[in-house]
Design a protein around this ligand. Structure first.
Ligand SMILES: [Zn+2]
Length: 172
């Protein structure tokens, strides 16, 4: 941070304070050349990738739009709005941490659906069918099941079964 008076490139932080909302920090700085003191504010700003829709159009990630879809999918289900806010928050965090500048809307839909599935499988199926316009839900469910099957845990179980069969054969 340059000094606003003499433009010296080196300034010291002499005090940091987390502000009430918890998402910004106030810093008092002092120029190491002219000793001028000034204040800066630092605010957390998640960098979310742009969504690319199937027709190629781009749009910003819209938490409100996803919330509308989630609420519709969770109608008459025992799920609190705060849980849905948690879903959106974790999706946002995952997108921000991915460090991507662009992501397909379909991909975002899949991330939302995975989170929703953990919360409530019934709402998940509803969301997948009418909100994301998923052309083939069965394919998506199959791909989820396939991913579960390729986990090493299941694989080793399978190996044990084959070994057991072999042992049985040797017994006969
Ligand atoms: Zn200065």
């Amino acid at each position: 941070m340059h000094c606003p008076i003499c433009h010296h490139p080196d300034t010291k932080v002499i005090d940091s304070r987390l502000l009430l909302e918890g998402d910004s920090i106030r810093r008092r700085r002092q120029c190491s050349d002219c000793s001028h003191r000034f204040t800066t504010y630092e605010r957390f700003q998640p960098q979310l990738p742009m969504l690319i829709k199937s027709d190629g159009r781009r749009e910003n990630f819209d938490p409100e739009k996803i919330m509308r879809g989630l609420k519709k999918a969770c109608q008459k289900r025992p799920i609190a709005v705060s849980q849905l806010e948690g879903v959106i928050e974790s999706v946002q965090r995952e997108l921000a941490e991915s460090d991507q500048t662009e992501i397909s809307a379909e991909n975002v839909g899949e991330i939302v659906m995975r989170r929703l599935y953990q919360l409530d499988p019934v709402s998940y199926v509803r969301f997948a069918s009418f909100y994301w316009d998923y052309s083939d839900i069965e394919d998506f469910v199959k791909s989820l099941q396939k991913q579960n099957k390729t986990r090493p845990k299941t694989k080793s179980k399978k190996l044990t079964t084959i070994k057991d069969q072999k042992d049985q054969r040797e017994l006969h």
